[in-house]
Design a protein around this ligand. Structure first.
Ligand code: BES
Ligand code: ZN
Length: 424
């Protein structure tokens, strides 16, 4: 990969200060030309702007083919200008997203360089075989829609919002630590730990079930705990029932069933509620970069973000961009084998839309099964109307994702068939 300083300097344009409307801290972000022009037009305070041309890659089965090129800008911008940017990208460009946040200039440059030469997978791919049917089929009926529903209700009604800097966001994180500790009670092979992020108060939360024979190999199931309405502050109403209380509730139910049933994985299983997703995938980016730096072997990651709004005819939509095709096929084969009544199709976000992209960007394998084809997902996200009643006051859709995630956790977590006689 071309990381040479020269490649950047020749393309560097320093604009210095542009406008001074806001006065928040400066954060490193990258974005495409269209979003950058909106930021300029808004007069956002920015510094150290530089750009690179990167190929536009086709997501999905034709991945590898390129469709011309685009300019990506890397810059430091006033943090207070970002909610407005997200809003304008939505209003004027008719899409979500708009930017990715970076911990530093170097991290931003590395991320952009990966668009030019994507990393080779560091780990040999695992065996994607279905060989734990007895165990999975015994556990699936233990998953309860009422449990998922009550978690969504709790997360979306107990706090005004779960934004990464507010009291609600911090309290929700502490609440998850407590709830998950209760689920883990009595198991010495399980830990629940808040993961501190130095730059903001909301912590990510990690529940770990230690693997019996391959504890160093880790399978991750994640969703994000934070919510937003764009310009979010202390008293904003951002219930985030679908985005993403639903994903956290779906995965918490898998953890509950695995823990109460006494299931012991061979590989280590980690359930993660990420902080600060809505502000540039910052919580997951920090964790994935940390794991990579420590040489942790993440065998696969599954992202659950928006699982409870069935806006289209299909049940599960596999996101094809920033995900791994081989693991996506494995997830589809799990659905076909264990949940044959579900319809599954493909769709693309078109940008790094959720935490799966943080794992992908750090060279790990990730998949993202989503609630609906793009455009047919919940229209209420990022508003005060993202409440459970928009899903008929049930978790009937979200529970399908618990089933799929449980099959994934046990099949990948077991790494081979279960022993002939069940373990005590
Ligand atoms: N849950 C959304 C992502 C999403 C929205 C996926 C609609 C598919 C359809 C996520 O929480 C989110 O809002 N992500 C940001 C991007 C992030 C980099 C700030 C977004 O899409 O604006
Ligand atoms: Zn989300």
């Amino acid at each position: 990969m071309n990381l040479s300083h020269r490649a950047w300097v020749s393309a560097t344009l320093v604009t210095g200060l542009v406008g001074a409307a806001q006065a928040g801290p400066l954060v490193w972000v990258s974005m495409g030309e269209d979003a950058y022009q909106l930021l300029r037009a808004a007069g956002a305070r920015m510094e150290q702007v530089e750009q690179r041309t990167v190929p536009i890659r086709v997501p999905g089965p034709k991945a590898g083919t390129t469709l011309g090129s685009e300019t990506i800008h890397l810059l430091r911008v006033d943090e207070d200008a970002l909610p407005r940017l997200s809003h304008e990208v939505h209003e004027k460009l008719n899409r979500c997203g708009g930017y990715i946040a970076h911990a530093s200039r170097e991290e931003g440059r590395r991320t952009i360089a990966r668009f030019i030469s994507p990393p080779k997978q560091a780990l040999a791919p695992p065996n994607y075989v279905i060989d734990n049917a007895a165990q999975v089929n015994a556990l699936l009926p233990l998953l309860q829609e009422s449990q998922v529903r009550s978690t969504i209700t709790k997360l979306s009604t107990e706090y005004k919002n779960r934004y990464y800097t507010t009291t609600g966001g911090v309290t929700a994180s502490d609440g998850l630590v407590n709830t998950w500790k209760q689920l883990a009670a009595g198991r010495t092979d399980v830990t629940v730990k808040p993961y501190k992020h130095p730059a903001w108060p909301q912590r990510s939360v990690i529940l770990t079930i230690k693997g019996t024979t391959k504890p160093k190999e880790i399978v991750v199931i994640g969703g994000h705990m934070d919510s937003t309405i764009g310009f979010t502050s202390e008293n904003s109403i951002a219930p985030g029932a679908d985005d993403d209380a639903s994903g956290v509730a779906s995965l918490q139910e898998v953890a509950r069933v695995l823990l109460t049933s006494g299931y012991q994985p061979r590989r280590t299983l980690q359930f993660i509620a990420y902080a600060a997703e809505e502000v540039g995938l910052r919580g997951s980016a920090a964790i994935a970069a940390d794991y990579k730096a420590q040489g942790k072997k993440v065998v696969g990651a599954l992202q659950l973000d928006m699982t409870n709004y069935q806006g289209g005819v299909s049940d599960v939509t596999m996101i094809t961009d920033y995900t791994n095709a081989a693991q996506n096929n494995f997830v589809k084969s799990l659905a076909a084998f264990y949940l044959p009544t579900l319809t599954v199709n493909d769709s693309a976000c078109g940008y790094a839309c959720s935490d799966h992209a943080s794992w992908t960007n750090n060279g790990f394998v990730a998949s993202f099964p989503f609630e609906a084809p793009m455009g047919q997902h919940s229209p209420y996200i990022h508003t005060a109307q993202d409440t459970l009643d928009k899903s008929g006051n049930t978790a009937n859709h979200a529970i399908k994702f618990s089933r799929l995630a449980l099959a994934y956790a046990v099949e990948l977590g077991s790494d081979g068939p279960a022993p002939a006689s069940p373990r005590p």
